[in-house]
Ligand binder design. Sequence first.
Ligand code: NDP
Ligand code: 8X3
Length: 258
Amino acid sequence: MSLYKTVLVTGASAGFGLAICEKLAGEGYKVIAAARRQDKLEALAAKYKGQIFPLKLDVTDTASVDAIIEKLPDEFKQIDVLVNNAGLALGQDKAFTCSLKDWNTMVDTNIKGLLNVTHKLLPLMVKKNKGYIINLGSTAGAWPYTGGNVYGGTKAFVEQFSRNLRCDLAGTALKVTVIKPGLCSDTEFSNVRFKGDNEKAAAVYKDVEAIKPEDIANTVSYLLSTPAHMNINALEIMPVCQTFGGLAVTRNLKLEEK
Ligand code: NDP
Ligand code: 8X3
């Protein structure tokens, strides 16, 4: 039996967000499915009549975020869980060749978008002393890799922000968890990262059994079922086929002459 009833999931039109909405709606939660592609959200809501409300929302648009509550039907207004899942990586080029526009889009979505929605909903949760914020970080926030530059930086922000929220929420009943997945297939993540180069995206998951969106949805469901006194601060989840690669050393490196 969960402590919570109404969940807002950002990035609900694909991947983890979609799987989380389906899992939680199936378990009887009222779910607000938020993303930019309304057709996808409406198709989802049609499958779970009355259980899912499709909310067209761009998390980077502060005016839209500010109007969230007034756009909701009464039975969805008492949000007690926020899953900050909307996010993206754009490109995997080295920092000295990649696009500044891509960097800014990642910061605007993964950091500022998450902040916009959190800033809107957190005071409402604190007021009723009930709420749970689940943030989607990434292994990329802790384990650097070539071309992960700003994407990894945004996810490091998500982790530290999650932990700092726990400090600010001391003395309340609210919970915060950051989930940090590693390699996950069956989402649009790599298709978006490689800008529609679907062959390149598919190659990322070739011959591996990666984490699936359902694994993340089951994790969220589990988190919501934990007892009132227990807060899981962070969960790092990798497929068994993925592990750490050690530090890189360049041999015979040509250094600048003095
Ligand atoms: P997908 O690309 O499959 O889904 C991303 C979702 O975010 C889509 O629903 C998209 O919807 C939404 N989104 C993107 N930008 C915005 C925006 N500005 N406003 C609202 N919604 C937005 O990715 P995943 O499901 O794989 O990833 C979900 C989260 O998990 C991301 O934060 C990602 O960084 C993280 N993650 C993913 C991993 C992976 O390997 N897949 C591993 C670790 C973390 P729409 O375009 O309709 O707005
Ligand atoms: C997604 C996982 O390794 O592509 O956050 O950065 S990774």
